[in-house]
Design a protein around this ligand. Structure first.
Ligand code: SF4
Ligand code: SF4
Length: 342
């Protein structure tokens, strides 16, 4: 495992990090075991969010005795100063620490998010104050919209950018990473497996290792998965012509029929939570159906408001048949919730 500077933060981090969603579905003891194994295999960057149910608490428990040797990153979905102040204190408590190495404003993807976060009384005011108080060391950003991410990167307000990046979502190579490098920002890659769409770890990470200043944040839910990725990082490997062919085959098989979470389709006038609901099948696979039903209830119930007006379809750059896909996902959710009729 190599250790790299995370852009202008000056933080030294392992060349691959740990994403905190999948430990949600583990018991506390299992989660602690997986987290400690990752730490033993040399991973030092752990990324979570207070929206990820008990993920922060599990990390806090796993790492209390080695806190100073780790880089802990978390995030907030709140947009207002008071909400973000409360979230920072909540994350500190759950992570059992008195400072957060990296605090990220999560999912800034739409114009309204941008205005609220950067405007008076917005999220940034709270994070600046927390930084003065020593609660937060560096400020980052996550987004699913490449245009918004590139715009925010160019403001120079943030030290890191976290964006989906994998061999089927490779647009950041041209449209985001060069801007981030120009600002000397740390670059974090969420969804190295495309949110669960890809399952060939070797192929995914061979692709990602071509970009040594981009730190992927795979999620782990089992010790063997930690070992698999750590082994890849301990081996010299490069992308072969066969790998390129396998990636191309995968792109062709997936076609265009999957949601990239770009959020261009939103807002929906009927308040259907489109992006979140589109992710339901993957979430159910990653979290377990029982937990996904509880976690996603609000988003999935919002599908019932859909009047099939087709406005979202016009805005989706991938031409997804959104209402039909949502209907299918709702049926799956109902099946998991044991409420499917007929
Ligand atoms: S088709 Fe449904 S989800 Fe899409 S904008 Fe119209 S009401 Fe909203
Ligand atoms: S449905 Fe289309 S527009 Fe909406 S988030 Fe998914 S890919 Fe983007």
């Amino acid at each position: 495992m190599r250790y790299l500077l995370l852009g202008k933060t000056g933080l030294k981090v392992s060349e691959v990090g740990f994403g905190g969603i999948p430990i949600i579905r583990l018991s506390t003891a299992e989660a602690v075991k997986v987290l400690r194994l990752a730490y033993d295999r040399g991973i030092t960057l752990f990324d979570t969010a207070n929206a990820y149910l008990d993920s922060e608490e599990k990390m806090g428990l796993a790492f209390e005795d080695v806190r100073s040797r780790l880089i802990l990153a978390t995030k907030t979905l709140k947009r207002d100063r008071e909400g973000v102040e409360a979230d920072i204190d909540l994350s500190l408590r759950r992570l059992r620490t008195d400072y957060l190495d990296l605090f990220q404003i999560h999912q800034v993807s739409q114009e309204s998010d941008y205005q609220k976060v950067t405007g008076p009384g917005g999220a940034l005011e709270a994070v600046y104050r927390a930084r003065e108080q020593g609660k937060v060391r560096h400020i980052g950003l996550t987004s699913h919209s490449i245009d918004m991410a590139a715009r925010l990167v160019r403001t120079g307000l943030f030290s890191t950018i976290q964006f989906p990046f994998n061999f089927i979502e490779s647009k950041p190579i041209d449209d985001l990473h060069p801007w981030a490098r120009q600002q000397q920002m740390g670059i974090l890659a969420m969804k190295p497996f495309a949110g669960g769409v890809l399952d060939n770890g070797e192929l995914c990470f061979k692709f990602l290792r071509q970009f040594p200043d981009v730190i992927p944040l795979p999620g782990f839910d089992a010790p063997d998965k930690v070992d698999q990725i750590a082994d890849i990082y301990e081996t010299e490997n490069s992308v072969s012509p066969d790998d390129l062919a396998a990636m191309e085959k995968c792109r062709t098989e997936l076609g265009q029929q999957f949601c990239r979470r770009c959020e261009y389709c939103q807002p929906c006038e009927q308040d259907v939570k489109i992006t979140a609901a589109m992710a339901y099948p993957i979430l159910a696979r990653r979290m377990s159906p029982a937990k996904a039903v509880g976690f996603s209830a609000k988003m999935m119930e919002s599908i019932r408001n859909c009047i099939k007006c087709g406005e979202c379809v016009k805005r989706c750059p991938y031409d997804l048949p959104i209402p039909e896909m949502l209907k299918k996902h709702l049926a799956l959710y109902e099946e998991h919730a044991g409420r499917r009729e007929g």
